[in-house]
Design a protein. Sequence first.
Length: 227
Amino acid sequence: MPHATASWLVDNTSLSFEQIAAFCGLHILEVQAIADDTAATKLTGRDPVRAHELTMDEIEKGQRDPKYRLVMQKGPEPVRRTKGPRYTPVSKRQDKPDGIAWIIRNHPEVSDGQIGKLIGTTRTTIAAIRDRTHWNIANIVPKDPVTLGLTSQRELDAVVAKAAKAAGLEAPVDDRLEGEREALIGQLRAEREAAAGRGAAVPGAEDEPGETRSYALPEGVQDPFKR
């Protein structure tokens, strides 16, 4: 939050605009606008000392020497995903019950805990849909959670395979394209055999290497190979 940090340094230190701009990675005119209270938005200062990015000794060094450049103690903490339910955009949250119902119907071996982590919901909601006691059960229509954008196909396949293995079941195999695959192989084989047959029917295709054939030209036509 460089602008908020710059606002705090402007209000609480005597550092020069150049020093603040260099530390926060801003242009000096941005710092000037913050100091003059002419910035586009009103900023709430962020204390870099409390965030352990600066020490008061470092700030005092900068205040004593305008040419001194502040050194950050450590970078801001990166945002890490917690172990809780995954985040789902607000626009897709209404689709969660449909995705949960689809998994319950098509993959009953998947546990409530696995569904909760995959979809990002609670065990209470899953149990209500499973027991058909959900408040909106009349409007819930099972839909593929991948199609709804609640998870990826790879994640869903991994969860289903893991659940099937734990339950001692054979992992499902997608054979929807098996018939089309066999038909395509047969078509390619037939085309290859037809092409081989056409090659054998070409005059001269059966001649042995090095063999010469005689030919007759129409009357009055000179042989281009004879000089």
